[in-house]
Design a protein around this ligand. Structure first.
Ligand code: MG
Length: 461
């Protein structure tokens, strides 16, 4: 029925639904003043894949990987086509999502090491405020499930960064010894990775069941399809795409389980679910790496294949179904958007890079994001403003190959040329001048954080 309504009818119904659910009335002050926001405390579930490419889902055009649950989630909600992770590799990308800040500000990116390793001494600095920490004063239950990768030493674990509970692996699944942790204790080492997706999902369902009467925030960061790839016996060997497809199809099953649990507990209309990935496909893994579809390059690179991600937003009764959003957005925007919808205060001690995209989610206005900065380590490589993206520096994602500086920057129109193939810099000096101004403004207001990724645990003698 909703699918046949026009936009105005839908918004009217969504508003009426909000009243009948008791989510109107004693509203917390709304920081943005946007209309049609629920006045109570909605639940939030962030489902975050690892190394899933722009082209790896049925709804984003993959010809053989079956993702019926994610495809249905998009059909019932919004699918975005210009949405970016905060960085092209794991650690900085996750720091950006949870803090709403470019990783250069927190020191969670480095030109010496690209991510945290088991011998790393650093982690997300205590001066950073995570979404979970910011929601706590509003009475939210907070759970972290899956891969963390923001510091494995005790002071950096999720339970010290605003999460009530944690179940997962503290860094990537290709790093030894891959412990599985419950809160701050290792419960299995090495983790049996064949059952990780299944166990994460069981834990996520248990978290939702346990907290169904409270507002909750679940950060569910899957281990897959990061290499090495595993799938449980129900999925192994089932996909035409091979083990990569098996792993993604199991993630799709997991998404279906989460949405089904929310529906069964009558929580769907009060829960915003956001699905995306931390960075693009790991192309150097060949058959075991995913696909960025028509985008150029993949994980580790500042061409769009490294950072443009599938992004699906689902909230029955609040998000109009079946929309494709072409506005720009980023995981950097999760923190201000979630805090705005929760009526929570934005952290004031830190400069934020994220913007409140709830108007675009709720159909009351466009996304405020017009500019995106693409860092590799601690260096700014590229900038997108509107449809134009300027590359100041390029470098192959991995392996040998030097940085190449471009002056003037290489310029691509991502609307006409989403694959970044045709440099139009010589025709658009005005656009380049405008982007240069944007860069100057950004750099003038930038204080890089202390490099957390270069620090190592001293070796025992
Ligand atoms: Mg990753």
């Amino acid at each position: 029925m909703i699918a046949r309504m026009n936009r105005r009818e839908f918004i009217a119904l969504a508003g009426a639904g909000a009243v009948s659910l008791g989510i109107s009335g004693c509203a917390a002050p709304n920081r943005t003043g946007a209309e049609n926001k629920p006045a109570n405390k909605p639940n939030f579930v962030v489902i975050f894949c690892d190394d899933l490419g722009y082209g790896d889902l049925g709804v984003y055009g993959h010809p053989t990987i079956r993702t019926p649950n994610i495809d249905a989630m998009a059909a019932q909600g919004q699918k975005w086509t210009n949405f970016y992770a905060a960085a092209s590799v794991c650690t900085p990308s996750r720091a950006g999502l949870l803090t709403g800040r470019l990783p250069i500000r927190s020191g969670m990116c480095s030109s010496s090491r690209r991510v945290l390793f088991p011998d790393s001494a650093g982690g997300l600095p205590e001066t950073e405020v995570t979404i979970a920490q910011a929601l706590k004063p509003r009475g939210y239950a907070t759970g972290c499930i899956g891969k963390w990768h923001l510091g494995h030493l005790p002071q950096y674990l999720p339970t010290r960064r605003g999460f009530d509970s944690y179940f997962g692996i503290p860094y990537s699944n290709d790093m030894k010894p891959t412990p599985l942790m419950q809160d701050e204790k290792t419960i299995e080492e090495p983790a049996d990775q064949t059952t990780l997706t299944k166990r994460y999902t069981e834990n996520a369902i248990a978290f939702i069941e346990k907290n169904k009467k409270k507002p909750f925030f679940l950060y569910f960061a899957h281990t897959f399809p990061h290499v090495p790839l595993f799938a449980s016996k129900d999925f192994k060997g089932k996909s035409i795409r091979g083990i990569y497809g098996d792993a993604v199809e199991e993630l799709d099953w997991s998404v279906g389980q989460i949405l089904e649990t929310l529906r069964r507990r009558n929580l769907a209309e009060n829960t915003l679910v956001l699905f995306t990935s931390d960075n693009g496909p790991w192309l150097t893994q060949h058959l075991n790496g995913g696909s960025a579809g028509l985008l150029r390059e993949g994980k580790g690179c500042t061409f769009d294949g490294g950072m443009r991600e599938p992004f699906i937003a689902w909230w029955p009764g609040r998000i109009e179904p079946g929309q494709t959003i072409r506005d720009m957005g980023s995981t950097l925007d999760f923190l201000p958007t979630i805090l705005s919808l929760a009526g929570a205060q934005l952290p004031t001690q830190n400069v934020l890079d994220g913007l409140d995209i709830s108007p675009a989610l709720l159909g009351t206005g466009p996304s405020p994001r017009k500019v995106m900065f693409f860092y590799r380590g601690a260096k700014l490589y590229a900038v997108r403003k509107g449809w134009y993206k300027a590359h100041y520096i390029t470098k192959p994602a991995y392996g040998p190959g030097n940085e190449k500086e471009h002056d003037p920057p290489a310029l691509y129109h991502l609307g006409r040329d989403p694959s970044e193939q045709y440099n139009v810099a010589d025709k658009h000096s005005d656009i380049i001048a405008d982007i240069r101004k944007e860069v100057a403004l950004h750099l003038a207001n930038l204080t890089p954080g202390k490099d957390q990724l270069a620090q190592r645990i001293p070796k025992k003698k």
